[in-house]
Design a protein around this ligand. Structure first.
Ligand SMILES: O=C(O)CCC(=O)C(=O)O
Length: 300
């Protein structure tokens, strides 16, 4: 359970660390399934529906940026989400009706695995209200060396920054010299395997390259209050579904409670992620093909 202080901290700072978010048995099962999936990537030579490959990937040396939609690759990822301390944290922060938007396992390969440049998730997928967050469950120890998540406390209450390149194209990252990017406030979120980060959808965050000799395995679940409906971006795929499939989709994504037919609309700052980067297949591709300037390279 979260304490009243934990909830107040999250509301004030837009992030939270939770230790022991899953049981040792759940962690062990997640680690074994993830290890098997990484092993299977040895047979893959190009990114596909399951894997995003990093530069230098080979059968001898699997290097992944991401395992896509892990909850569709093995049931253990979905079971953990709906039946663990994660579920309780989500109910406490988002209310009784919570849905999964999507999930991803960012694997960040050893020896330089790609940085994630600074961004607000809200810039990728604005909704009718901002009761959205991402939890990041650490499947291995995360320390300063292997590219931990970093956040700017309080940025979830500030503006939505431009995430565009010099030509005005959406590049999925803020300009490192944006005066609203307060680098002096950066907090680094390290922890033991089984710990979990929570960040609000408007919180500015990023992570440096993995300079260690270990994978950095963080399983991200993007979750939302069921009455937050997407305006545009990846999550709005279901607005293109036929009505019956849309209705079924709403139900299959519930983590707890029920979907609603009454979206809650609130006045929040919004920018839409258009025009798109040449390759918008993932955040890594959006930032690379959109020519995002690297804050990590600038900060050294
Ligand atoms: O993997 C990370 O360190 C951050 C991932 C992230 O922010 C994202 O995928 O939106």
């Amino acid at each position: 359970m979260l304490s009243t202080d934990d909830v107040a901290f999250y509301r004030e700072n837009g992030y939270l660390m939770v230790e022991n978010a899953v049981t040792p048995a759940q962690l062990d099962a997640l680690q074994r399934v993830t290890h098997d999936l990484i092993e299977k990537s040895r047979a893959i030579t190009e990114s596909n529906d399951i894997y995003d490959l990093d530069d230098g990937h080979s059968a001898a040396n699997p290097r992944l940026t991401r395992i896509k939609l892990p909850h569709k690759q093995h049931p253990v990822y979905q079971e953990t989400l709906v039946n663990s301390r994660i579920t309780t944290v989500l109910k406490t922060l988002l209310g009784p009706n919570v849905a999964l938007s999507t999930a991803k396992l960012n694997t960040k390969a050893p020896g330089g695995g790609a940085a994630v440049e600074w961004h607000q998730d809200w810039a990728f997928y604005p909704h009718t209200n901002d009761d959205l967050l991402a939890v990041g469950l650490m499947l291995g120890d995360v320390d300063e060396a292997n590219g931990p998540l970093q956040v700017i406390p309080g940025s979830h209450k500030g503006p939505v920054l431009a995430h565009t390149n010099a030509d005005g194209v959406f590049c999925g990252a803020v300009d490192p010299s944006d005066p609203d990017f307060h680098k002096d406030k950066i907090v680094t979120l390290t922890g033991k395997a089984g710990s979990m980060t929570v960040h609000h959808v408007r919180t500015l965050h990023g992570s440096a390259p993995n300079m260690s000799d270990r994978n950095r395995l963080i399983l991200f679940y993007e979750c939302l209050a069921a009455d937050a409906w997407p305006l545009v971006g990846g999550a709005s795929y279901y607005q293109r579904l036929p009505q019956r499939e849309l209705w079924e989709d709403l139900h299959t994504r519930m983590i707890c409670g029920q979907p609603t037919t009454q979206p809650r609309v609130e006045a929040n700052p919004v920018r839409v992620p258009l025009p798109p980067a040449p390759d918008a297949g993932s955040i890594f591709k959006t930032q690379k093909s959109g020519g995002a300037r690297s804050a990590f390279a600038m900060m050294g």
